[in-house]
Design a protein around this ligand. Structure first.
Ligand code: ZN
Length: 135
């Protein structure tokens, strides 16, 4: 199975504030912003590298108090929220995880950018919330 780092998800209190650093100071440029209702987050994607396959930084801001990101920030403060790996066969990868007894947090569904994704519980992934995303 071919696996690449797609993005690193960082939970922030405010997209504007975080973009002030990532764009204003580091000089990165957000390629897009969107709201993912299913996850209750506002997302800004910042490519790190060039070309279509570039890895990205994904800034995540809660849309409301019930958002998982709001709970994360409340409990642990802003910080690294998840690591996302891009796979060429998400359905196959999901099946392998299931057979291995890994704890999946959702059925594959469409997220930011319309790409299908599934979250794997940190208990199954070395203590890191892992997102697998269809290439
Ligand atoms: Zn993500």
């Amino acid at each position: 199975m071919n696996v690449e780092i797609d993005h690193l998800g960082i939970a922030v209190r405010s997209l504007e504030e975080a973009l002030g650093f990532y764009e204003g100071v580091l000089g990165m440029a957000a390629s897009g912003r969107e709201t993912v209702e299913a996850e209750q987050v506002n997302v800004a994607m910042l490519p790190a590298g060039s070309g279509a396959g570039a890895s990205r930084i994904e800034l995540l801001e809660a849309t409301g108090e019930g958002s998982p990101i709001a709970k994360f920030v409340e409990k642990r403060g802003p910080g690294l929220h998840h690591v996302a790996l891009r796979v060429d066969d998400l359905a196959g990868a999901t099946e392998r995880l299931r057979q291995a007894g890994a704890r999946l947090l959702n059925e594959p569904r469409a997220g930011a950018g319309g790409h299908a994704y599934v979250f794997v519980h940190p208990a199954s992934a070395g203590g890191v919330l892992l997102e697998l995303i269809q290439k």
